[in-house]
Design a protein around this ligand. Structure first.
Ligand SMILES: Nc1ncnc2c1ncn2[C@@H]1O[C@H](COP(=O)(O)OP(=O)(O)O)[C@@H](O)[C@H]1O
Ligand SMILES: [Mg+2]
Length: 330
């Protein structure tokens, strides 16, 4: 049975820079099933945001999707008309962002913004929208919804504002919620509360969530499945348990090794040396090769294909390709 809600295949998006036109993501494949939380993880600059904005067709004007397919509920979004896409964005797919203050307008009360969001997609009276807004605020764990309705965004904390933007995102009962680093700007305790809220919502509404983060702690807490992105490509993809217990790609291994441990006593923290390349200076061969401890000659020459390693895991690394010979490493 095909349980896929969203299927991205071979997606490439290019950006114009002062040095020329370069792909920011290339050949991205990703499936999100109904009710599933898929985390996209990777260092800053890996292409996570570009991937999510591409699927909403919201990438900045200097960027362009040059190939690929995005199927949502069996429909090719890249062929959808502007008007259809706007409907899908408001009704079936919602987004929340890192900075909740950015999503809210400082000059209107929170209440009027939520009511507005509700009324864009549903023809109901202001009074009914008001009632629904109060319900939504309760649903996202706000103890005094009426007080919150009357407040302006700057009068509330970051965590409260993120709850409100989640309430607005939920107002149309979307099938897919895209959350781009939704807790990065918040204090740790508030982060945990927001993640808990997202979990509750997923369970109650059986929604799919695409959660973008650079934090593997968040991945461990939230994900059913993980896609590890590096330099515009998915490097490893799989079931969350498999990825944490038995990571295959050297990049994934490096990320996991970089997680600080409580028992790290005389500990220097591990970090992967080097940095994510810019889109205008991608290395030849495997994009991770210059930083990879296991790289061999072939890695610096040709780009590896994605290899299916088990039912629940695939990785883009020469080590798993048939061409890889014993003793090639080094
Ligand atoms: N508007 C833009 N113009 C040019 N390059 C961009 C633009 N937006 C993103 N990029 C480049 O695309 C790459 C991926 O960026 P992004 O998706 O924001 O990464 P992430 O969200 O993983 O931190 C980066 O190298 C970034 O510099
Ligand atoms: Mg980003």
């Amino acid at each position: 049975m095909d349980n896929a809600l969203l299927k991205i295949s071979n997606l490439t998006a290019e950006f114009k820079t002062d040095k020329g036109v370069f792909p920011a993501i290339s050949g991205v494949h990703l499936t999100i099933n109904k009710g599933e939380v898929v985390c996209i993880v990777g260092e800053s600059g890996s292409g996570k945001t570009v991937a999510s904005l591409s699927l909403m067709q919201l990438i900045p004007a200097v960027g362009k999707i040059t190939s690929g397919e995005i199927t949502f509920e069996g429909r090719d979004l890249l062929k959808a008309k502007k008007k259809e896409m706007a409907q899908i964005r408001g009704k079936s797919i919602s987004m929340i962002f890192q900075d909740p203050m950015m999503a809210l307008d400082p000059v209107y009360t929170c209440g009027s913004q939520i009511i507005e969001a509700i009324r864009i997609h549903q023809s109901i009276s202001r009074q009914d929208a008001h009632t629904k807004a109060l319900e939504l605020l309760k649903q996202v764990g706000i103890a005094h919804p009426q007080r919150c309705m009357n407040a302006y965004p700057h009068e509330l904390s970051g965590g409260m504002c993120q709850r409100i933007s989640i309430a607005m995102a939920l107002s149309c009962s979307p099938k897919l919620l895209i959350a781009d680093e939704p807790t990065t700007a918040l204090d740790v305790t508030v982060q945990a509360q927001i993640l808990d809220l997202l979990k509750t919502i997923r369970n109650e509404m059986n929604m799919s969530i695409m959660l973008i983060t650079h934090d593997l702690g968040v991945v461990a807490e939230m994900a059913d499945r993980v896609a590890v992105m590096y330099a515009g490509k998915v490097m490893e993809e799989g079931d969350v348990r498999t990825i944490f217990r038995n990571p295959q790609h050297p990049y994934t291994k490096g990320l996991i090794k970089s997680i600080p441990h409580m028992d790290q006593k005389n500990g220097k923290l591990y970090s992967i040396s080097g940095a994510v390349p810019s889109i205008s200076s991608m290395p030849q061969g495997c994009r991770f090769a210059p930083r990879c401890e296991e790289a061999a000659d072939i890695c610096r020459q040709r780009e590896p294909e994605m290899q299916q390693l088990s039912d629940s895991c695939q990785a883009r690394c020469w080590k798993f390709a048939p061409e890889w010979k014993e003793g090639e490493a080094g």
